[in-house]
Design a binder for this molecule. Structure first.
Ligand code: DGL
Length: 277
């Protein structure tokens, strides 16, 4: 269904948050070509149902495949939690079994036992990611001795999107959720930022967390895991083009995306507005 000509790596997020992952991937794989797609017109995905997140994510992946991507990273925890498995198991075999779609939850889970000493881990995420219980289920499969507690933080994405992440107003919502999760399980020694927006809140979160509790951002880990994946899968690596280019696509206004993207990437970028539904 899709062409077999070598192409870029696709990176998808509901909006801007995936840029925190994209930035790390580009840093570790600088020679490769990338297309980043943000479905900003329909973000946030966090409060949406399984069916809707799956339908939107499927459309985005199809678009990136149409644009020639051979491999797509769902740089969004909500999409990874609610859509990845169905796309991998149902859609890919029909579309083209040689293409790949990978998420951000599995790479994080794989190293969780190296991070926690107490064996008690907290996951901070959107309502959708926490309700899906994806982290708990994935961790249970590999490390059944680790106890997982989830905390939905529905106001955190709007704080970042509205550039209020460093404001005094952010303190209230950050303290509220951090104190709650640590009261539910005081033995937690690792808090996973299970949403791609949250690394921008890391400094603020630190202020409300005891010193021995580690705050884990996924970007470096997801990037390293992708590099390892390409080493293990030379057949995929050979199908990726390498001219060091990055294209940015959004379903909302291009100017708005390029303006807000500077919070995440620090440099100005060229953006194209597209439609995916
Ligand atoms: N990027 C999403 C995630 O990592 C959060 C933003 C949204 O709710 O759409 O879960």
């Amino acid at each position: 269904m899709f062409s077999k000509v070598p192409g870029p790596i696709g990176v998808f997020d509901s909006g801007y948050g995936g840029l925190t992952i994209f930035d790390k991937i580009r840093e570790i794989l600088p020679g490769y070509d990338f297309i980043y797609l943000g479905d900003n017109a329909r973000a946030p995905y966090g409060p949406r149902s399984f069916d809707v997140v799956y339908r939107f994510t499927r459309q985005a992946v199809m678009k990136l495949f149409e644009e020639g991507c051979q491999l797509v990273i769902l740089a969004c925890n909500t999409a990874s939690a609610k859509a990845l498995r169905t796309i991998q198991q149902k859609d890919l075999p029909e579309w083209n079994p040689e293409r790949r779609v990978l998420g951000v939850i599995r790479p994080t889970v794989e190293i969780i036992a190296d991070i926690t000493t107490s064996g008690h881990v907290g996951i901070l995420g959107t309502t959708g990611t926490i309700q899906s219980e994806s982290y708990g289920m994935e961790i249970e499969k590999i490390f059944p001795h680790i106890q997982v507690t989830g905390e939905a933080c529905p106001m955190w994405v709007p704080l970042v999107e509205n550039e209020e992440y460093d404001s005094p107003g952010a303190d209230y919502f950050i303290e509220k959720h951090v104190s709650h999760i640590l009261s539910v399980d005081p033995a937690i020694d690792t808090l996973v930022l299970g949403c791609t927006h949250y690394p921008l809140l890391a400094d603020k979160i630190r202020q409300f967390v005891p010193e021995h509790v580690r705050i884990f951002s996924q970007g470096d880990r997801v990037a390293k895991s992708l590099k390892e994946y390409l080493l293990r899968h030379p057949e995929m690596d050979q199908r990726l083009t390498r001219q060091g280019t990055s294209r940015f696509l959004t379903t909302e206004a291009a100017e708005k995306f390029s303006e807000t993207a500077t919070i995440f990437l620090h440099d100005p970028i060229q953006v194209e507005q597209i439609s995916i539904d």
